[in-house]
Ligand binder design. Structure first.
Ligand SMILES: NC(=O)C1=CN([C@@H]2O[C@H](COP(=O)(O)OP(=O)(O)OC[C@H]3O[C@@H](n4cnc5c(N)ncnc54)[C@H](OP(=O)(O)O)[C@@H]3O)[C@@H](O)[C@H]2O)C=CC1
Ligand SMILES: Cc1cn([C@H]2C[C@H](O)[C@@H](COP(=O)(O)OP(=O)(O)O[C@H]3O[C@@H](C)C(=O)[C@@H](O)[C@H]3O)O2)c(=O)[nH]c1=O
Ligand SMILES: [Mg+2]
Length: 283
């Protein structure tokens, strides 16, 4: 996609965007530090691009609890500044957000219109980003996704492969439920949305997108061990048995019907995405 500007170059989703849209311009931390929102706005103003995707974020969920100011600048203030600059330039912004904006109550898949209630700093700062974007008033889309994995960068799959080859047993929480999502599918969805929005200025809003079927982290871990041929046993535990600095939602299930209806994008099967990632890690 020519005329596309992407914030982020090294992350999971940015890496997949670079594969799918090699003509786009990618800004790494050295070119646009999200800790400095004005730099991001200027990058958009100076770019002459006709669409923007923000694939950069502060994603260290536990560390965010002790770095709330930095997390807020990167996840909250920078996306808001991007949205104001994009609105002024008359171009669409596609931004990625998270299931962690929800409090995780109940068992029903979350809809876009449901009340948010983040449990930790990461989720709260991502929610601030969503709100800042909506307040900017231009043409924007926020794609909320969950449990992202790929062959690149740090993610649950790579952690499980490493620990699973070192240990006979792993204890993994079985009472947090959601949809693992391949980064490649998120990149493809963002590109589709950016194209559609560029051609139809009436489109945008908040949308949910996650892999299917819903599972638990323990279920995800079990499938990783099985597909990778690792004999490591996965034992179900409760969240209370795995203390972490940040609280995480028990129910991260996302209702993805609106994205299917408005953009024709269906939930991808994460098990097929996992097979591709394992193949890629082998080569
Ligand atoms: N990972 C997940 O499980 C989920 C992610 N998301 C959202 O999806 C989006 C993409 O996430 P993902 O690809 O996994 O992210 P990664 O954690 O893989 O990568 C984060 C990216 O953001 C960049 N970045 C971080 N801080 C700054 C900064 N101050 N200035 C410039 N760049 C910065 C990193 O650059 P550098 O290499 O220099 O650090 C890196 O390129 C994010 O909005 C995230 O919130 C949503 C749900 C789940
Ligand atoms: C390593 C490990 C983790 N866990 C638990 C902790 C946690 O509840 C769950 C997943 O661990 P992670 O550290 O990958 O989780 P986390 O970093 O919170 O993953 C989140 O990242 C952010 C960026 C998002 O937006 C979310 O959608 C989600 O993907 O598994 C175990 O139970 N056993 C283990 O051995
Ligand atoms: Mg993590």
């Amino acid at each position: 996609m020519t005329g596309l500007l992407v914030f982020g170059r090294t992350g999971q989703v940015a890496t997949e965007l670079a594969r799918l849209a090699p003509d786009a311009r990618f800004l790494d931390r050295a070119s646009a530090d999200l800790a400095d929102p004005e730099t991001c706005a200027r990058a958009i103003r100076d770019s002459g691009c006709d669409a923007v995707i923000n694939a950069a974020a502060y994603t260290a969920v536990d560390r965010a609890e002790s770095e709330p100011d930095l997390a807020r600048a990167v996840n909250g203030d920078a996306p808001a500044a991007m949205a104001r600059a994009a609105a002024a330039a008359g171009i669409p912004l596609v931004h990625i957000s998270t299931d962690y904006v929800f409090d995780g109550s109940g068992t029903a898949p979350w809809r876009e219109t449901d009340a948010t209630g983040p449990l930790g700093v990461y989720g709260a700062t991502k929610l601030a980003g969503e709100q800042g974007i909506a307040a900017a008033g231009g043409q924007w889309a926020v794609l909320r996704t969950s449990w992202v994995f790929s062959a690149h960068g740090a993610n649950f799959v790579k952690t499980m492969l490493r620990l699973g080859s070192e240990r006979e047993e792993l204890r993994v929480v079985a009472d947090q439920h959601g949809g693992p999502t391949p980064a490649a599918e998120i990149a493809a969805a963002c590109l589709t949305m950016a194209r559609v929005m560029r051609d139809d200025r009436g489109r945008g809003g908040i949308y949910h997108f996650s892999g299917a079927p819903d599972t638990s982290w323990a279920g995800f871990a079990g499938e990783i061990m099985a597909q990778a041929g690792l004999s490591c046993r996965v034992t179900d535990i409760a969240t209370s048995q795995y203390p972490t600095p940040a609280r995480r939602p028990a129910n991260s299930r996302l209702d993805c019907a609106a994205l299917q209806r408005d953009f024709g994008l269906a939930r991808p099967d994460w098990r097929a995405g996992l097979a591709k990632v394992l193949q890629e890690l082998k080569t």
